[in-house]
Design a protein around this ligand. Structure first.
Ligand code: URA
Length: 224
């Protein structure tokens, strides 16, 4: 009995239902296996506290818990949204920006990932409204570019030009609308923005709108 209560508490905390609902699932034999191979209705149970997942965010979804418009959380299955402690996105992407977005229920890790001191490199692919002029890489790398309305210059950022109007930009900080504002400061305009890399992680074939749980090795690399 005590084991059933413990299991019900564990599964409820992972978002599989209320304690009563999961107790019924256990009674009905819908929870099988144990330890490393615990299954709910045949599917492996999500990892306990400390889970990290990546989403390939489509355009049109907002990174917010507030109930306005379409939220990135809607792209996760209900059980992941019901976890306690809850899953939060590690920083934000603009509604129009696509690509790699991380979520975790680990508050300490979340803090580290979004701290201005973390200096985790993040790479963005930008499609521009006008052809690049050739001065942008030096400007972004200079450490002297001051964005409109700010005083502190941006940290040096690496620009790789991959086409007449396409470039990838790697930042080690994350200011509000930073990529769009950097290109605006260079006299251009970002038409489309996609994040392809967050520290050691890349999307690597994850389809738009899809998510996956990071492996233990990936989480360790992220924490390193
Ligand atoms: N820079 C931006 O301008 N927008 C984002 O979503 C991320 C970085």
């Amino acid at each position: 009995m005590r084991d059933t209560l413990k299991l019900a508490k564990q599964l409820a905390g992972l978002g599989y239902g209320s304690r009563k609902q999961v107790a019924i699932a256990i009674r009905d034999g819908r929870v099988t296996g144990d330890g490393e191979d615990l299954r709910f209705e045949g599917e492996p149970v999500d990892p306990p506290h400390g889970i990290v997942l990546m989403l390939n965010k489509p355009a049109g979804f907002t990174c917010s818990h507030a109930d306005q418009g379409r939220l990135v959380y809607e792209l996760l299955p209900p059980r992941l949204r019901k976890r306690d402690p809850k899953m939060s996105s590690a920083g934000r992407l603009d509604a129009d920006t696509t690509g790699l977005l991380l979520f975790t229920d680990d508050g300490a890790l979340l803090h580290r990932l979004i701290s201005p001191k973390s200096s985790i490199p993040k790479t963005y692919e930008a499609r521009l409204a006008r052809p690049l002029e050739g001065h942008e890489a030096a400007l972004f790398a200079s450490g002297a570019l001051v964005l409109r309305g700010e005083e502190k210059p941006c940290l040096p950022a690496a620009l790789e030009v991959t086409g007449a109007q396409v470039a990838s930009l790697t930042l080690t900080e994350g200011r509000y609308h930073q990529v769009r504002r950097m290109f605006a400061a260079a006299g251009n305009h970002v038409d489309a923005l996609h994040r392809s890399r967050f520290g050691p992680l890349r999307l690597e074939g994850l389809p738009e709108g899809a998510w996956r749980i990071l492996t233990g090795g990936e989480v360790a690399a992220l924490k390193a």
